[in-house]
Design a protein around this ligand. Structure first.
Ligand SMILES: Cc1cc2nc3c(=O)[nH]c(=O)nc-3n(C[C@H](O)[C@H](O)[C@H](O)COP(=O)(O)OP(=O)(O)OC[C@H]3O[C@@H](n4cnc5c(N)ncnc54)[C@H](O)[C@@H]3O)c2cc1C
Length: 446
């Protein structure tokens, strides 16, 4: 049995950053990862908010981690009866996930973290209702326990510890199917010089793209909410490939799928001596699935909070609350309204969603491309002018008004998340969240 100050499950985006910061602050840290360290990171590139690197004290990516970012994408609504050319997202860059993972591991190990790769986390070690470490299985099949003052679940969607955490932690062990976005991505060699990419938004409750931003490569993606009867993302990618002229026959990268959580973050992310971070806490943007910057931000806040708690000899909920409060009041509040928007949009029949795009009531660039953080504010006149375009579809007007109201309300409510731990104040905050979410009818629009 080993003993450390902090044990972190999962050496992904959140786990590596929390490990680095805690080791730098002088604490003993074990970072446990089921894959070999050379295999870490998704085998593709992703868009990430550039300012996050400075925010969490990481040097800005350089090539080859920093990849090309071409300047045009054609965005279509689901039925593809129109299109809009959207400029690149201001402030976002493309990073190679393999190189990024390598850099993150390097920082963690350099800071003194004990990396245990090829070691699977089986679940938490508990003492009555507290988590006090993790049980692991090494690649040789040996099982052991690592005990720690603090345990972080940063295992992404597998949520290896959260799933088996003691009951009554205040967050679900298992997520609802519809809160998950299932994806498939395949990158082939490209046989043309055409560098125009396309995105189809809202198709079959999801998104598809053909991206040509990287020289010589063509990137196919399909993703959809995980509702029963949904189309397989892999089949959707194959269909897109069969209609694309410049796809080569070599699989260059990807060739697999992974799920993304697309609901607002959990009500809180802590237990006694226990924290969840990144995808395992549902800290992604519910409308575009981006979660790198938010996972880094959460990990940085979690590490700062644990450091203060260790300095003060505390491990209770009150001592860990600053992590939750700061995340919820900032990034959580920026992302939460997008869940309302997402739920409204998927409830529209595709033809009506198409009409919203065609009449410029929804602009693709307001959530695709320039998305990321906040929804843009609109004047009352702009709102009225938009609704006037829907006089022939009067059923949609109250739905859109309600969506606008509820998404604003949810964002403001998140900004009022209790700053200090107070169970009555938290219960009342949670009740109001439930009330707002309950006022989104299951079938939003007929
Ligand atoms: C197709 C796709 C496209 C995406 N595009 C973007 C994008 O453009 N921009 C963006 O910001 N985000 C994007 N994301 C989301 C982003 O990848 C995640 O939000 C981010 O990686 C979450 O970080 P994390 O640390 O929570 O989890 P991860 O980075 O997934 O790390 C979890 C780690 O835990 C390990 N692990 C899991 N189970 C165990 C276990 N039992 N024992 C030990 N280790 C375990 C895993 O091997 C992994 O290394 C995309 C995701 C997908 C699937």
């Amino acid at each position: 049995m080993d003993n450390v100050d902090v044990v972190i499950a999962g050496a992904g985006v959140a786990g590596c950053l929390a490990a680095r910061d805690l080791a730098k602050a002088g604490h003993s840290v074990a970072l446990v990862e089921r894959k070999a360290k050379e295999a870490l990171g998704h085998d593709w590139w992703d868009a990430v908010r550039e300012s996050i690197f400075e925010e969490v004290g990481m040097p800005r990516p350089e090539p080859p981690e920093l990849m090309e970012h071409k300047d045009k994408t054609t965005v279509y609504p689901p039925l593809m009866t129109m299109s809009t050319v959207v400029p690149p997202t201001p402030g976002k860059i493309h990073i190679d996930r393999k190189h990024f993972a390598k850099r993150q591991i390097h920082y963690a190990v350099d800071a003194g973290v004990r990396l245990m790769d090829k070691t699977a986390v089986i679940g938490p070690v508990t003492d009555s209702n507290s988590v006090c470490g993790i049980a692991v299985r090494t690649s040789e099949g040996a099982q052991k326990e690592i005990r720690a003052k603090f345990t972080i679940d940063a295992t992404g969607m597998s949520a290896a510890i959260r799933r088996k955490a003691p009951a009554g932690q205040g967050f679900p062990r298992v997520m609802k199917r519809g809160d998950m976005f299932v994806t498939y991505r395949e990158i082939r060699n490209r046989t043309s010089d055409n560098d125009m990419g396309i995105v189809i938004f809202g198709i079959d409750n999801g998104v598809r793209w053909v991206d040509r931003s990287q020289t010589g490569l063509i990137d196919f993606f399909a993703g959809a909410l995980n509702y029963p009867g949904r189309k397989s993302p892999r089949a959707a990618v194959r269909e897109m490939m069969s209609k694309t002229d410049d796809v080569g026959d070599k699989l260059m990268r990807g060739g697999y799928g992974a799920p993304i959580p697309v609901r607002r973050c959990f009500d809180h992310f802590i237990g006694d001596g226990f924290l969840i971070c990144g995808d395992s806490a549902c800290q992604c943007n519910p409308i575009d699935g981006s979660g790198i910057a938010s996972s880094l931000k959460a990990a940085s806040l979690a590490a700062r909070t644990i450091h203060a708690a260790l300095e003060n000899g505390r491990s209770d909920i009150e001592a860990l609350w600053p992590y939750v409060a700061e995340y919820k009041r900032t990034q959580g509040a920026d992302f939460a309204p997008f869940e309302v928007l997402q739920k409204c949009m998927i409830s529209f029949p595709q033809a009506d969603l198409e009409a919203l795009f065609r009449r410029k009531i929804i602009k693709p660039e307001s959530f695709w491309g320039s998305s990321g953080n906040k929804q843009k504010k609109e004047s009352a006149i702009e709102k009225i002018l938009k609704l006037l375009k829907l006089l022939d579809k009067p059923g949609m007007i109250p739905v859109l008004l309600q969506t606008a109201k509820l998404s604003k309300e949810l964002g403001e409510h998140f900004r009022e998340f209790p700053e200090q731990y107070d169970s009555a104040a938290f219960d009342s905050w949670k009740r109001k969240t439930d009330e707002i979410m309950a006022s989104l009818p299951e079938k939003y629009y007929e």
